[in-house]
Design a protein around this ligand. Structure first.
Ligand code: ARG
Length: 457
């Protein structure tokens, strides 16, 4: 079969070179975007007088026929036609004859592929943003139901101070809120049209880049044709935002794995999100959060891969840039699947309030509150800290918790202790009293929920 670019060549392409230089094995995923770009391009060619209206209509009909046949699985892509752009052009010419060859006037695959990538990433960034919102809603709903559920708060994975479970969960809500912000912001740079930049230098034809940009709903056009064809920042930005988001998802996943272990038993993931063991009948494994944690690595890898591909490239287009695609597709697909699993997994998760309550009653995480109590009795905080340290040590030695000591015992450590000490020791009080702005006190958590609800507006 002759190549679309075969005129200058005297020999056929070496077989393995043909296979390896072809990108159709993965860029077939851009078929829809490629056809959308071509439609806009040929309409512009006609309104600029570069092709006739009749030719435009023939080409538009041909593109629709190709789109339909592709959808029906009636066309087979071939490596001989290298990539999605030339495969579709070839299908078009097969469909409508040589007039199909006019479509590529004033255009190059370099601006064409960049256009396809911009369209693809815009479509998928919007989809990812909606999926992030779904996860946020699932987190919000669980939080709303667990304002009064207490869980140990940790630092260094050591029990620190009890917190409202809603407060803990909402932390992830805000992480995802920033992720959504980053993705939204990246759209400003993704939604720019490279179409009409040509191979690198523009074109001799009187094209109208603003017309195609408008039809394709781009916000603006690249002001520099060389930048238009060599810019892949928008993909890097998506990948960076995705990497940060996956880091958040991985932290949440790690907590879900820990919490659903026998040692914690704070939550139980729904059976439909777990798998069993082929040998140990008792096992119920949290595969989904484990996979999400692991797939974070793929997303980071894709980002590092593309940064590395681009770092040494002279302007403008280089074949190296064809290697931008698999990482981009993989990032999009990985992130979309992660979010699609995460939302229902959080929704269906059972919160084991019994174990959480037990945990917060059987530790020393109210120690800070006794120190704060002494401060209210005019003891300097540093002195109070030392006194409570001694109380904790004694209690540990006697195998007691702070609520088990009597007022007399407290008085032996400091004369400032009075009967009201027991009011501040209960975990529910410990949480309630942290009413500083953004703190875990239930009143603050309710205010936080209101603010979270507003972030969707
Ligand atoms: N398949 C190519 C890519 O993905 C399209 C652009 C090819 N341009 C070229 N001058 N060979 O990058």
């Amino acid at each position: 079969m002759s190549k679309l670019w075969g005129g200058r060549f005297t020999k056929p392409t070496n077989k393995i070179v043909e296979e390896e230089t072809a990108s159709i094995g993965f860029d077939y995923k851009l078929a829809d975007q490629d056809i959308r770009g071509s439609r806009a391009h040929v309409r512009m060619l006609a309104s600029s007088g570069i092709v006739t209206e009749e030719e435009r209509d023939t080409i538009l009909d041909g593109l629709s026929a190709v789109a339909e046949k592709l959808k029906a699985g009636k066309l087979t892509f071939s490596a001989e036609n290298e990539d999605i752009h030339m495969n579709i052009e070839k299908f078009l010419i097969d469909e409508i004859g040589p007039v199909g060859g006019k479509l590529h006037t004033g255009r190059s695959r370099n601006d064409q592929v960049a256009t396809d990538m911009h369209l693809y990433l815009r479509d998928h960034t919007e989809a990812v943003i909606s999926l992030v919102e779904e996860v946020q809603k699932a987190i919000y709903t669980q939080a709303e139901q667990n304002v009064d559920t207490l869980i140990p708060g940790y630092t260094h994975l050591q029990r620190a101070q009890p917190v409202s479970f809603a407060h803990h969960l909402l932390t992830y809500f805000w992480m995802l809120d920033r992720d959504r912000g980053r993705l939204l912001d990246s759209l400003k740079r993704t939604n720019i049209s490279p179409l009409g930049a040509g191979a690198l230098a523009g074109t001799t034809f009187p094209i109208d880049r603003h017309q195609t940009a408008e039809e394709l709903e781009f916000d603006r056009v690249y002001p520099n044709s060389m930048d238009a064809v060599s810019d892949r920042d928008f993909i890097l930005e998506f990948m960076s935002a995705a990497s940060i988001m996956m880091m958040h998802i991985s932290r949440l996943s790690e907590e879900l794995v820990l919490w659903s272990s026998q040692e914690f038993q704070f939550v139980e993931l729904d059976d439909s999100f777990c798998t069993g063991s082929s040998i140990m009948p008792q096992k119920k494994n949290p595969d989904v959060p484990e996979l999400l944690r692991a797939r974070t690595g793929r997303v980071y890898g894709n980002l590092m891969g593309l940064l590395t591909v681009l770092k040494g490239l002279p302007l403008a287009y280089n074949k190296d840039m064809q290697e931008d695609k698999e990482g981009m597709f993989d990032t999009v697909e990985t992130v979309e699947a992660a979010l699609q699993m995460l939302a229902p997994m959080i929704e269906t998760m059972t919160v084991n309030t019994g174990e959480m309550t037990k945990a917060v009653s059987e530790d020393f995480s109210n120690a800070t509150d006794i120190a704060d109590y002494l401060v209210t009795k005019d003891v300097p905080f540093r002195e109070a800290h030392e006194v409570i340290g001694n109380i904790v040590l004694t209690a540990i030695q006697q195998k007691k918790f702070l609520l088990d000591l009597t007022l007399d015992e407290y008085k032996q450590f400091h004369t400032a202790f009075e009967a009201d000490i027991f009011d501040v020791l209960k975990p529910s009080e410990v949480v309630r009293n942290r009413n500083s702005y953004g703190g875990t006190g239930q009143e603050q958590v309710r205010r936080q929920l209101e603010e979270a609800a507003k972030s969707f507006e």
